[in-house]
Design a protein. Structure first.
Length: 412
């Protein structure tokens, strides 16, 4: 039974709406080489400087013809050959054809290309075995993209699907939004950097490591301030330092109620608190606010809670700040629960699950097992969140549930 008081908690939807309504995208832009643009966001519309294809070309290996010369009784002799990169430029007499390869420019007076499978070749020439239609098997200039046409709008994140297209247009440089600068630090005397020996009572700082990885995947410039001890002066210095250099400050730990948790006190002193507690599990103690210059997100100290709140709240916040208009929430689908799911009403629950298709082709989902907020291994085992409504209780096998597929940030 969940005994926490949920009446003062705000919903995930309310929290996200409040966050996104307050922030505005960056305005600073820069021009960079196309080869450095992976993960960057277009700052202005991109138009094509050329036609694609740039000239009419053959879609098949075959023969370029003047369709009015083709009939089932007439053999056309081959007057020459056109290759990709080596067009035919010779004289093209009447009642002849041009041998042409895929991608080769179509001779000026040709109005059709007949595939080689529909040609019977002899010493006398070529007899075509199928009717010809004007325009067949010819890719027209600008058929894919016309010169001056819009290719991408502003706010598009550039990746494998977009950059080769820009390369095909000969675009070597483009205008993008500058990268977000995000300062991160963890709080807690119990934390030790990865790779260092653990002293008694210490644990490794996996949260900051995970947050750093996610920020890098999102194309942010990361400013890592390390582990800050549970000391008010040290934390105050870290906040001020981060606020001077970053657009967003993200801390991990120190946002729950406890005698040594000074983050809330620092935020009240140096900025403004937007909200402090969420009606979600895991991740209730998530803080959002504004420092003098930078926005602030305080993640919970438990590893799973930190990742869930980053994924659900910080990810869309950073997308908007970075100027990305193409960002979409992770896909949600309906599946049948194949294992029982324990839950108490009161908070929206993001349990880690493994979805697959059953023998009938319908989606099924299984729990990864123990759902404790310290069990980080569930992320490597799972491929989705099982999203259980705030007022819902435990789920029996066979009930329908909503699942949210992991996007690329979690390896989906």
């Amino acid at each position: 039974m969940d005994h926490c008081n949920t009446s003062d908690l705000i919903s995930l939807e309310q929290a996200l709406k409040k966050m996104l309504s307050q922030v505005t995208p960056l305005t600073e832009m820069e021009i960079i080489p196309l080869t450095d643009a992976a993960g960057r966001i277009t700052a202005s519309p991109v138009t094509s400087p050329i036609n694609v294809p740039p000239f009419a070309n053959s879609a098949m290996d075959g023969y370029a013809v003047r369709s009015h010369e083709v009939n089932a009784q007439t053999t056309l002799y081959v007057a020459g050959t056109a290759f990709a990169g080596a067009p035919f430029h010779g004289e093209w007499p009447a009642n002849s054809c041009i041998r042409i390869m895929t991608g080769a420019p179509v001779p000026t007076s040709a109005d059709a290309v007949i595939m080689q499978e529909q040609a019977s070749v002899s010493e006398q020439g070529v007899l075509f075995t199928a009717p010809v239609k004007t325009g067949q098997n010819i890719r027209l200039a600008g058929e894919d993209i016309q010169q001056g046409a819009s290719v991408f709008s502003a706010g598009v994140k550039l990746g494998v699907a977009e950059l080769p297209l820009l390369a095909s247009l000969g675009i070597a440089k483009l205008q993008v939004m500058r990268q977000l600068k995000v300062a991160i630090f963890s709080t807690g005397d119990e934390l030790q950097a990865v790779g260092q020996p653990l002293a008694e009572g210490q644990i490794y700082d996996t949260n900051r490591f995970a947050v750093r990885l996610m920020l890098q995947q999102l194309g942010c410039q990361v400013i890592d301030l390390g582990v800050i001890p549970d000391d008010q002066d040290a934390l105050r210095h870290a906040f001020r330092q981060a606020d001077e250099v970053a657009d967003v400050v993200i801390s991990s730990g120190g946002v729950s109620v406890g005698e040594a948790d000074y983050t809330k006190q620092m935020l009240e002193e140096l900025g403004n608190i937007g909200f402090w507690k969420l009606a979600i599990k895991p991740g209730k103690p998530f803080a959002f606010g504004k420092l003098k210059n930078a926005w602030f997100c305080g993640l919970p100290g438990n590893p799973v809670s930190a990742v869930v709140t980053f994924y659900q709240l910080v990810q869309p916040l950073l997308a908007k700040l970075a100027g990305q208009t193409s960002w979409q929430p992770p896909l949600r689908l309906t599946a049948t629960a194949m294992t029982p799911l324990k839950k108490s009403p009161g908070r929206l629950d993001f349990q880690r699950g493994i979805f697959s298709r059953g023998a009938d082709g319908k989606l099924e989902v299984r729990s990864t097992g123990h759902q404790g907020s310290h069990v980080f291994s569930a992320f490597s085992q799972g491929n989705c969140f099982i999203v259980l409504e705030r007022d819902r209780g435990s789920v029996a096998v066979g009930e329908s549930v909503e699942i949210e597929l992991f996007n690329g940030l979690l390896g989906g």
